[in-house]
Design a protein. Structure first.
Length: 126
């Protein structure tokens, strides 16, 4: 194996490692707990900029939830958010905050994603 082949092989292995880290490890932070709104809904802001930040959220069961999606990027993938377990599918205009409200009635961990299913987040109901 000559130097060029060795460099190409190492670059390929580095690319594989990066893809695995990005998709399977990088977004695994502790869930952010929604701030209770007094007698109002539990509320949390989510920045949409190539992904969701935070991408893991924790809320209480049986109390109304208000997710404030602040879309900052212009990619077509993030122009929609889908919470299938709650029957939500909403368009997110760039440069605007879009509120989504619902009341979770059962505990568990539920996915939310962009319309294409490539950008993902988790909602934990406790």
């Amino acid at each position: 194996m000559d130097t060029t082949q060795l460099l190409v092989t190492l670059a390929g292995l580095a690319a594989i490692a990066w893809v695995n880290w990005y998709f399977f490890i990088a977004g695994r932070a502790a869930p952010v707990t929604a701030a209770p709104g007094g007698s109002g809904p539990q509320e949390i802001s989510i920045v949409v900029d190539g992904g969701y930040a935070p991408n893991s959220i924790s809320v209480e069961r049986g109390r109304p939830v208000r997710l404030l999606f602040d879309r900052r990027d212009q990619g077509s993938c993030t122009e929609e958010v889908v919470l299938p377990d709650f029957g939500v599918r909403r368009f997110l205009p760039t440069g605007q905050v879009t509120p989504i409200e619902f009341t979770p009635t059962k505990p568990g961990t539920f996915d939310f994603a962009c319309g294409m299913g490539m950008v993902r987040g988790k909602l934990t109901v406790r």
